[in-house]
Design a protein around this ligand. Structure first.
Ligand SMILES: N[C@@H](CCC(=O)N[C@@H](CS)C(=O)NCC(=O)O)C(=O)O
Length: 264
């Protein structure tokens, strides 16, 4: 008989805004505006949209859930992008420059877009970056730059093995590449239709879910890996325009991601 679920503490819901905030995550790959992790890119983009000051540490050492992103602020250490954003909304209440959509329909669209990106599109990114020969050749190169020389022959292959096992359990890698492209294009069509000709997914102002959508789409488009993932997004000019606009607004040349080594 299995051991069952582990006992896990509830996430902290608010902290002390006067303490320095540090976000931990991976560096950008290729030309991505923020991190090679869509979830880290989500948190960094949320911080910029909300107007919250932060520092970044390109590391996952000390992660409470064994994943990035996680944050530290005062005596709080908190993992998972969604719970981090909830914590930030409560901690900086009153001074946030971004707000939730104010209609039930807007809230529903925001949640649907967020989950579509964080669940379905995320697995598509793993499939193409780690699973296909072309993606793996570049991923191995990027990843090697992130681990100490001595571990380079071993770590990338180990990480790949774990991720492909998880993708098999999740199910996406049980389909042919053509079928995966069909599934991802269906999700991208939905996102494109939700966006329509609006500036952000629910209107003229960004809502927190825009940070999730940007984190996924910027990684699809701008990792410079020349995979199907970028070709799928390029079929939708409004999504390409959305990513370009958010890059220009929130990651201008004068204020690049803080996950790039040296940019603090
Ligand atoms: N639900 C989590 C997902 C985070 C996640 O999957 N992070 C990946 C990077 S994209 C990670 O840390 N992977 C390392 C590992 O699993 O060892 C969130 O929203 O933060």
């Amino acid at each position: 008989m299995g051991k069952g679920l582990p006992v896990v503490k509830d996430s902290v819901t608010a902290g002390d805004a006067s303490k320095p905030l540090v976000v931990y995550g991976f560096e950008p790959w290729g030309s991505t505006a923020s991190s090679s992790s869509p979830f880290v890119a989500k948190v960094e983009t949320f911080l910029r949209m909300a107007g919250i000051d932060y520092e970044a540490n390109p590391s996952m050492e000390g992660s409470p859930k064994g994943k990035v992103p996680f944050i530290k602020q005062g005596d709080v250490t908190l993992g998972d992008s969604t719970f981090i954003c909830e914590y930030l909304k409560n901690t900086y209440k009153g001074s946030l420059k971004t707000k939730e959509p104010d209609t039930a329909e807007g809230k529903a669209i925001a949640t649907a877009c967020q989950l579509l990106c964080e669940d379905h599109l995320y697995h598509g990114l793993i499939y193409f970056r780690w699973g296909t020969p072309k993606g793996w050749a570049v991923t191995r190169k990027y990843l090697s730059g992130m681990v100490p020389m001595l571990l380079r022959p071993v770590v990338p292959g180990m990480v790949r093995k774990g991720l492909l096992k998880a993708l098999h359990m999740q199910g996406l890698s049980r389909h042919s590449e053509k079928d995966v492209i069909f599934l991802l294009t269906s999700s991208m069509t939905a996102l494109s239709n939700f966006l329509g000709d609006k500036k952000y997914i629910t209107g003229d102002e960004p809502c927190p879910a825009d940070a999730s959508v940007f984190g996924a789409l910027d990684n699809y488009l701008n990792d410079d890996m020349d995979l199907e993932t970028s070709r799928i997004v390029k079929q939708f000019p409004n999504l390409v325009g959305y990513v370009t606009d958010i890059r220009q607004t929130y990651y201008p040349e004068s204020n690049p991601t803080k996950f790039k080594t040296g940019a603090k």
